[in-house]
Each structure stands twice: as C-alpha cells, then as structure tokens.
Design a protein around this ligand. Sequence first.
Ligand code: ADP
Ligand code: MG
Ligand code: MG
Length: 497
Amino acid sequence: SSLTTTTTAAAPARCAVVGSSIIAAPEAAPLEDRGRRSEQLAVPTGMVDELVEEALVWCSQHGLIVGDRNHPRSGKAPGVGLLHAPFSLLPVSFPRFYWDQALELAPLFNELVDRVSLDVEFLQQTLARTKLVDLFTKRLLDIHSEMVELNKKEEIRLGLTRSDYMVDRATDLLLQVELNTISTSSNGLACGVSELHRNLIRMHEKELGLDQASVVGNRAITQHAEALARAWAEYKNPSAVVLVVVQQEERYMYDQYWITVALKERYGVRTIRKTLAAIEAEGKLRSDGTLMVAGYSPNDYPSEAEWRARTLIERSSAIKCPSISYHLVGTKKVQQELAKENVLERFLNNKGDIEKVRKCFAGLWSLENDSIVVSAIESPESFVLKPQREGGGNNIYGDNLRETLVRLRKDGGDELAAYILMQRIFPPASPCYLVREGTYAKENAVSEFGIFGAYLRNKDKVIINDQCGYLMRTKAATLNEGGVVTGYAFLNSIFLT
Ligand code: ADP
Ligand code: MG
Ligand code: MG
C-alpha cells in the first residue's frame, strides 16, 4: 500500500535556511519606486561573461538541470540530454514587507483550502456551470460526486501548496495570481538557484557588494519532504511507500528527484514513480489501502484508463496529495468564487484573517457578469482570461482575449462558464541578466513570487500548517505568460530590502 503525491517540476541542490541581512541595491531606483521594486544585484561592467560561465559550470556540477527538449530520450531516461535550468544571473531585491505578508498568508490559505475542500455543496455549485462546458473539470467533479456517494472520508489530509503573487505597480499591493493545490513544482530548482547565487556572491563578494548570507535560503525540498514523511508516519504502515504520479515524459524529473532523495536519506521512506496508465494497469484496491497521485492536465488523461486510475486512487485509503477535493479547490473558478463578497466568511472565522486574505485578491469575475465582459472587450490589455487549467500557457491575453470574448458572447451559450476574467497585474519592471541554453540576454523584467506551503491533518489534529520556502520567477516584461517549465520564466532568488 502506498501514499501518493504529485509533483511536476524541475531540478536541484542543497537547501539551507538562512537569515538574511539587509543590503542596499547598488543601483537605486527612482524615488517613487523605492521600496516596492525588485532590482537585480548590479553586475560590475566586464564581469557578466565570467559570471555566466561560472554559473553554467555550477549548474552542471550541482544538478540545477532539466532534460533538454531537443534530446529525444531526455524526458524518459535519467542522465541523458541534460541542460542547465533557465536562471537569472544574480538575485533580485525584494521588499521585506511583501515577504512578511506572503509568509503570513501561507497558513491561512492552507487552512482555507482544507475548509473549502470539505464543503461538498460549495464545490459542486461553484463548478456546476463550468462542468457543462469543460469536460476535464466535469470528469474531476464526477469523481468528487462518486466519492460523496460512497461517503468516502479523508481523515488524513495532506496539501502541498504554492500561492503565487505579483506586486501591482499601480497600487503597491501584493496580489495573488493563483493558489496551486496541484502542479506545485520547482521546489528543487528553487533551492538550487539560491545556492547558485550564494556561491557566485561568495566568489565575488567584493565586486558584487553583497554578503552571500543575504540571499534568502530555501527550505522547499526539506519541508515538503518532511510533510510527506510525516503523512507517511500517520499512515502507520511501515511498508507503505510514497507514489509519485508522473507524466510519460518528465523533463523536470531532476527537480522531483530532490524530494525523493530527501525522503529516503532523512526519513528512510521509499518512493516509487508511476504514470496514471501504469497505476490503472497495476493498481488494485485492497482493504489495507493503495497508492495515490493525480494527473493535472487533460493530456495526462489520454484514455479512460487514466480516469479509472484516478478513481482507483481516490477510492483507496492512501493519503492523497491532492485529493479530488483539494484538486478542485485549486481551480481558477473556485479562486474567483472565493473573491466574491461574503464567501470567505463561510470558511474562515477570524475577521483579521479574512481581511488579510481578501487584501491580496486581485479583481476576479465570472463571465456571467456581462458588464465586465464588455469592459474586457473594450480594454483587453487590462485583463487575463483564464480557463480551468494548470501548468502555464493556457491563458488568453490582448487581441486574442477580445476576439474570444466577442465570439463567446455572440454564441451566447454556456461556454462562457469555462473561463474566468482576472484583473491583469502589472508589476514594476527593471533590467535583469537572464540565462538560457548557455547564453544570456539583458531584459527589462518582472517577477512572480510564490510561497510553498504544507498542511497535514489527521481528523481534528493539525499536524503541520506552515510556509515552506519560496519560488521567485523572473521573465521579460513584454511576455504575457510565466512559468519555468513552460519556457517563459527564469529561476531567481531574493535578498530582502
Ligand atoms: P497556471 O495554473 O497555468 O500557472 P496562472 O494563473 O498562474 O496559471 O497563469 C500563468 C501565468 O500567467 C502566470 O505565471 C503569470 O505570469 C501570468 N498571469 C496569470 N494571471 C495574471 C494576472 N492577473 N496578471 C498578470 N499576469 C498574470
Ligand atoms: Mg497553477
Ligand atoms: Mg501559475
């Protein structure tokens, strides 16, 4: 029997928690931008090439790597077709104010996910219209209904989450982009890049003018491994293993293996990796429980076999990460519903907590709201149109957004319910050296800041509810989408200002 977790992600490196001291950004921002802007640590002229070369060597020697998409076997066979992960050459400054805020929010969002996941009616009603037009969401919701009918109870609940934010330059507010309950990848890479930056700074402390200890360390690997290990312990079966549900091709397998290795080395917990198809073919439900994981995109469910596997997992006694309810709580539609007036009150009791959570909500709208659809058609650049998907590359922007809304509105059908509209967040931009496939470019860049979380409870006992390190991703300001796995963003680390 086994436990499961689902991870999709990239590569590597040792993690350590380190306090951070304060450093002035060498090139000060204009006065009005000070305090809210992320700026890359300045590189002395003439040092860029040398630093890039050193960084590339470090990545190769320390496993800050991904499979090279140009190599046919890189997603299947470990050790072939390796390429360094895309990274920002040096860390960026990040206001301590936002850091504190994101940390404080992490346990509140963990708790919120758990509460919402228990509200059968809320999930079914919120997604009722979406379900009519989005087959993927419908299939997930059908499994949810089946479990409700079976009266299936998840007593041990494990959430490995990541709440993503951007700073809105117009208001200086830290606004949530989304909350991930599945597809919370890149723990390994996130730890690796802060180690890379520390190392570069250690080698050139005088020229770079920053103490390496100022780069904020990352505990994402150790803390998520710990949460899995403690869930495993709660399961109380020494022969249980952690099942990692993987895709057919995992170019980010090295990222995932950091957790596998930590689980084995620190806790002696064994991990196995299987695709949904393999779980269907090999998995059986026994009275003592089975393994669990979940695919997160429709591509992960090419046939009925994968759906049967997901149902099999759900029916088992394995601790699921995420369970079908946790998965559904992570949908964009639920994010939008939670942002409506008086909805948070249904799940959280403390007024102060409710206020803190609400403060990071960007504008979110259902497309049933025709006046907002009209506004978005008029000014598409101020909005993002989102379907119920994960993993990057699915959102609609600009002219495309306008055309899609015009068409959906003309058709007048339920198809509008497949999407939500979100206020487009414009973070302050600043120049950054970004490195990909062995070469660098200087880009005017913006960043997205994610905080990992872990939540473990057994019946009434909350065993873990904590933040677990961070993921900083930087991309060219001109790009719409983000995401490292999708090839838009670069891994980054931070020092606090
Ligand atoms: P996914 O689950 O696919 O990661 P996201 O909601 O995170 O979906 O969107 C993907 C990317 O699109 C984000 O990483 C970010 O770069 C960009 N994005 C999403 N929402 C917004 C927004 N409201 N404003 C600006 N950029 C956004
Ligand atoms: Mg997501
Ligand atoms: Mg995202």
